[in-house]
Design a protein around this ligand. Sequence first.
Ligand code: PMP
Length: 439
Amino acid sequence: MADSPASGSAPATSEPVFSSGKLSAEDVQRIRGDFPILHQMVHGDQPLVYLDSAATSQKPRVVIDKLVEVYEQYNSNVHRGIHALGDRMTVEMEGAREKVARFINAASAEQIVFTSGTTMSVNLVAHGWAAQRLGPGDEILVNEMEHHANLVPWQMAAKASGATLKFLPLTPTWELDVSRLEEFLTRRTKLVAVTGMSNVTGTINPLELLTRAAHDVGARIFVDAAQSAAHGPVDVRSPDVDFLAFSGHKLLGPTGIGILYGKADALEEIEPLFGGGHMINEVTPEGSTWAALPARLEAGTAPFAQTAGLGVALDYLSNLGMETIARQEQTLLELATSRLETIPGVTIFGPPCAKKGAIVSMTVDGVHAHDLADLLDRQGVAIRAGHHCTMPLHERFGVAATARASFAFYNTPEEVEQLAAAIEKAVEIFKRPRRSRGV
Ligand code: PMP
């Protein structure tokens, strides 16, 4: 691999690594130097080509160093310590909350609830808001491109409340069919739950239009930003969404930390699902009263070390610039799409590149997605195969599984070519009679 080893790379958060708004090949190499994990061989002698960032992103050294710093220097429970370490950790965690608020342009840090991830954020709203407030005759509008995390909790909430789940249809290019919005979004709709970007097709949804339409009928809108927050700028005030969720681990941060953003009045409407320490105002044997937001929704010990890691991850992304990241990934997406389309038998599911993020999910004639992923893995290329937690979407595709390559700004055009060459090799292998197959 042409990469320079990670050790000795410059600290990434101190200064932006580029200035033009577009990354040069040298910029990308320098960035790759910040990610220790990328510089390794797998299966003995195959340089790793990591194309699974939609599942989880890799971590720059500054994030890893931050976690070490926490545990070596000021690990202590937050908000309760009346001592130096507890104070320091609390400052770190609340500082990270401010950074999250800035990253998504929230009006205040009180609107940022720390959760364990997108899944928990959705469940908080589904069980603490929808299940409590909706009833028979009310509707929740979803669609079939949603990750199970943004579908199953709404099914549960509908079942618990007696509300009905409605599905906005998809177009043949796997976009939301907004021409049918009027039919599906009515005064009965109380919530629209939608992903900012599909984790399978990469489809970027028209949040501006959906938010306006939802508000016009008096509904709230919940945005699953698990993918979209990693691939471009997020501004929760434009469009003016009610709830938005994402996971730290997909944005260069640690696992175990997620975000639920809500408009102040929307968050106020959520009943706490978990009781315990930190979320109370007063407790008597007879009952309890709740603390103010966000503590009310953060029962128990917070993932405080992870919040510090997430804060540094957001600094890193902000230094690069989310617009720049989006542009860089779009270049990789266009390259990958045009190259993969030259391979006979490859079908890519999704809209044209201009309407999607850097995810390519495909089938290859004659090669099962799992076999493809396996053969690619043996050549060092890490992709993912399966239904990617979107069974209804794959039902619509008419296939049980797709193979998904997902790109991040630390990927290179050379890696796109390695992906394509590995697929071509897999196709060749599967053309051979069964007995002589092997990489
Ligand atoms: N929504 C989307 C679109 C996702 O891609 C994912 C993660 N694959 C999730 C929700 C769930 O995220 P997590 O598992 O981090 O809670």
